[in-house]
Design a protein around this ligand. Sequence first.
Ligand code: PMP
Ligand code: GLN
Length: 396
Amino acid sequence: MSSFDDEMRYVSRTLQPFGTTIFAQMSAAAAEAKAVNLSQGFPDFDGPQGLRDAAAEAIRRGPNQYAPSIGVPSLRLAIADKMKRFYGVDVDADKEVTVCAGASESLAAAFLGLLNPGDEVILFEPCYDLYPPIISRAGAKAVYVPLQRPGFALDTELLARAVGPRTRAIVVNNPLNPCGKVFSEEELDAIAAVCVRHDIVAVGDEVYEHIVFDGRVHKSLLQVDGLADRCIVVSSTAKTFSMTGWKVGYAVARPPLTKAVRMSHQFLTYCTPGAFQEAMAEAMGSPRSYYDDLAAMYVAKRNFLCKALEELGLEVLWPQGTYYLTVDIGALGFEDDLDFCMQLTQRGGVAAIPESFFWKGRRAGRDLVRFCFCKTDETLDAAVARLESFDWAPKR
Ligand code: PMP
Ligand code: GLN
């Protein structure tokens, strides 16, 4: 038996092809090489102190028993209020909001609640690595529509061709991890038109909704004409409040779609820890200035790292949103993006993410590498110092 067969002997056939996520792999490689870790996307600073105090206080005060399955009322109200404040959409906190363990479980609950075996789900490549395995585990099939370089534009012809009689959903990750694209109004309208014409559900992954740059304003799928009654919008407090470890996320959708989310959520985790939810309810009510400051902080970090990489002669694809930037390493002569990332981690002491892992079977993106900039200025300085002394000639 090969070591792969041995390791995978109890793993379901559906999950076997997906292996260990590239995020865990690169963070492990970074730790082993004592590299500055700009790979897996998590801040190396924590969210506001008041938020931490609120959670600690809620734990001390108790109760610490199961929270309501759909989420504590204060957080659901805060989510509905935020949807109104930022997007002008009316959301019923009782019937249309479900709190889950991060955006991850929200997405899993949406897919498992919505999909029947044989259904098809359209994914735009590059796509976040969680969607394909869960869609597959639901017995459905992912159908890929590659976004077109430069700019990762949506080709509406390709989208039209991908739609078939079994298409149940289209996933729209906006802003897009890994390449930082923000979908244009025209693109969102084109997606909506397809959804309406073919009775398809749009699943929005909007976890980076508050990290958009250069005067852009995030548009939620709930605001797009034709989608309000046929979308599930997923988001997370992880990025907005710099608490990725708390895993407080949520799904917002009209009652019939919320029913699909809740049906699976009740059997997945049942609920998310109440103390973290209560604290997040307070945080979410933060004034607009909190959200503006977050975007301003990330635009400064983006500018710093993009410029520093450009000064090193690298070709940088500046992101429109998210806390990731992309470098085109095609001209540097490495075998591919994975080879580059392993050499940079081991020889250069800086870890990044090979972007080909966001395409099915790594069939594209082998010339692209993602660096995250959700790090303190000291960490970013240290990374740049190491990059400045890196020997860019590939080693065989
Ligand atoms: N979707 C995207 C696009 C992400 O980047 C992430 C994680 N960073 C998630 C979902 C998962 O979010 P959470 O940590 O809230 O589960
Ligand atoms: N979303 C994070 C990223 O893109 C990874 C989160 C995880 O490891 N599950 O880097």
